[in-house]
Design a protein around this ligand. Structure first.
Ligand code: HEC
Ligand code: HEC
Length: 350
């Protein structure tokens, strides 16, 4: 079925059809009217959020069938005669997707979880994704994994918080997700019990994430744009899917949904500290705010080495993205990323 962006979707037309019209309407309305969190708004944010939540309940009632259609998601048939997954290719996807950063605690064993991830909604603690059967995901099937990566649903039907960036991973090809799964299975199992997230009310109510997904999860694989080159499509795929650049570089609305009208134009972050949490610069070709003054080679070099044209070293979260991820990609893929970034409309961060 063709999605809103013309992407192929796993949910069959049959499952979504009943709810889709009212669903799209309420999704568009909410996205249009939700403000971005300015500093003054942030103080009142909790209250506003609660009001918004209840206020949108009525609109969302129309979406309940779609909510349940997510729960009855089935494995896509395409898997039945697909090629055998390749763990070596999976290792490359693993780097591209930056799973290690979030799922490895400070000084902890690889993928055993325990990393704290700050957000305006509270602190998330990443889970253990090693193949340990008791405390990790050793008991999962490939289908369980695809479901988690594409619609943010656990094998038991729990909705995952989008701190796990499945909102981007949903664009990944099934071949890439399967190769990645084959690679994950090669990690040594580590017994480490997951810690609870420390979230503020009402975000601590997990089923609420199901409503959030109706509004902000655009489920579906990346569909190449036939009017563009192969390299452009490769770049668009990497940036929007596995490498999830927009999860940090695109500003969010007050409910944490990405504002795709200002895609990759930076995120102001939150909090009152001098260095705001979650802030990320504009990486569109805007001359002043963005990276419009950098040459293509300079951006490629920065993604490879972390060194900017002025000789600064890119630090913080991006330092980790570079060492875990973009430094490990082929030069061809880095160039594809940069080609795509430079084709974006230059936008200033409002
Ligand atoms: C930005 C941080 C971040 C990145 C990057 C990330 N994850 Fe996660 N992941 C999380 C968080 C946080 C959760 C917990 C979500 C929840 O509890 O709802 C999670 C949950 C999961 C789960 C569910 C585990 C369970 O016990 O149910 C799996 C599987 C998973 N991630 C795999 C991956 C893979 C594979 C990648 C790379 C493709 C990845 N994650 C990248 C933060 C991240
Ligand atoms: C985990 C969040 C996160 C992700 C994911 C992420 N970035 Fe960044 N990025 C940042 C932050 C934060 C900075 C600012 C780093 C600093 O201040 O030194 C940054 C800086 C940059 C810069 C330097 C811009 C400048 O003006 O100095 C570029 C280029 C960049 N990112 C590109 C990318 C691309 C391409 C991707 C996807 C492959 C990506 N980023 C993914 C958080 C992220």
């Amino acid at each position: 079925m063709a999605g809103r962006n013309g992407r192929t979707q796993l949910l069959s037309g049959h499952e979504k059809a009943a709810a889709s019209r009212s669903f799209l309407l309420c999704q568009h309305l909410v996205q249009l009217y939700l403000p971005t969190p300015d500093q003054e708004l942030l103080a009142a944010m909790r209250l506003i959020n609660i009001l918004l939540l209840f206020g949108s309940l009525a609109a969302i009632a129309a979406c309940i069938p779609a909510y349940f259609s997510i729960l009855v998601w089935k494995a896509p048939e395409v898997l039945q005669d697909a090629a055998a997954p390749d763990p070596t290719k999976g290792a490359y996807i693993f780097a591209m997707a930056g799973c290690a950063g979030c799922h490895t605690g400070k000084g902890g064993k690889p993928l055993a979880g325990g990393r704290e991830i700050k957000s305006p909604f509270g602190v998330f603690v990443s889970p253990n994704i090693t193949p340990d059967t008791k405390t990790g995901i050793g008991g999962w099937s490939e289908t369980d994994f695809i479901r988690a990566m594409t619609i943010g649903l656990s094998p038991e039907g729990r909705h995952y918080y989008p701190a796990f960036p499945y909102t981007s991973y949903t664009q990944m090809t099934l071949a890439d997700i399967r190769d990645l799964w084959a690679h994950l299975k090669t990690f040594p199992p580590v017994a480490s019990v997951n810690r609870q997230h420390k979230l503020n009310f009402p975000f601590s109510i997990r089923p609420g994430v199901g409503l959030w997904k109706l509004l902000f999860l655009d489920e579906g694989r990346y569909r190449p744009n036939p009017a563009k080159s192969k390299a452009w499509n490769r770049g668009a795929y990497i940036v929007s899917g596995p490498a999830h650049c927009g999860e940090c570089h695109t500003r969010r609305n007050i409910l944490g949904g990405l504002r795709n009208s200002v895609q990759l134009a930076g995120s102001p972050g939150w909090g009152d500290g001098e260095r705001k949490d979650g802030a990320a610069p504009n990486i569109t070709p805007h001359q002043e705010g963005g990276i419009g003054k950098w040459s293509a080679d300079e951006v490629v070099f920065a993604l490879q080495t972390g060194v900017t044209p002025t000789g600064d070293v890119i630090g913080g979260e991006m330092g980790e993205v570079i060492s875990n991820s973009t430094a490990k990609l082929t030069d061809e893929d880095r160039r594809a990323i940069v080609g795509f970034l430079r084709s974006l409309p230059p936008k200033a961060l409002e």
